[in-house]
Design a protein around this ligand. Sequence first.
Ligand code: FES
Length: 134
Amino acid sequence: FVRSYDAKVVEHYEKPRNVGSFKKSDPNVGTGLVGAPACGDVMKLQIKVDDDGNIVDSCFKTFGCGSAIASSSVATEWVKGRTVDNATEIKNSHIAKELKLPPVKLHCSMLAEDAIKAAVEDIKRKRAEQAAGK
Ligand code: FES
C-alpha cells in the first residue's frame, strides 16, 4: 500500500534547508559521511565551528530517500547555534518525532544522528591535531 508522508517530510524534501558543501580541508569544518547498510543511502553532513566550539553553520548532501533528505535538512537546522558537544545530544528519535517518521523509516533519521556524531568527531580530531601542532 502507499504510505503517505507527513507534511513536514514533504516540506523538507521539496525545500531542503542548507544543501551544499563546505571545503573538507577547511580547518574549521567537520565532515561526517555515513551510509545506511539497510538501503545503501549515503549522507554527508558538515559543520563549521568557531574557536569556542560553537557550530556557526551546517550543510548536507544526501543521496537517499525522502526521509533521509528531510532528516538531514532538520539536522542541519538543529545543530546551528549549538556547541559541538551539545549537537551530539540530537537523537534520531527527536528527528523522527519532528517528521513523524513511520517505524520502517527510522533508520533514515538514524543516518542523520550518525552523521552529526561523525562530523563532530572529525572536527575534534582536526582541533586535536592543530593543538598538537601537526
Ligand atoms: Fe534508507 Fe531512507 S530508506 S535512508
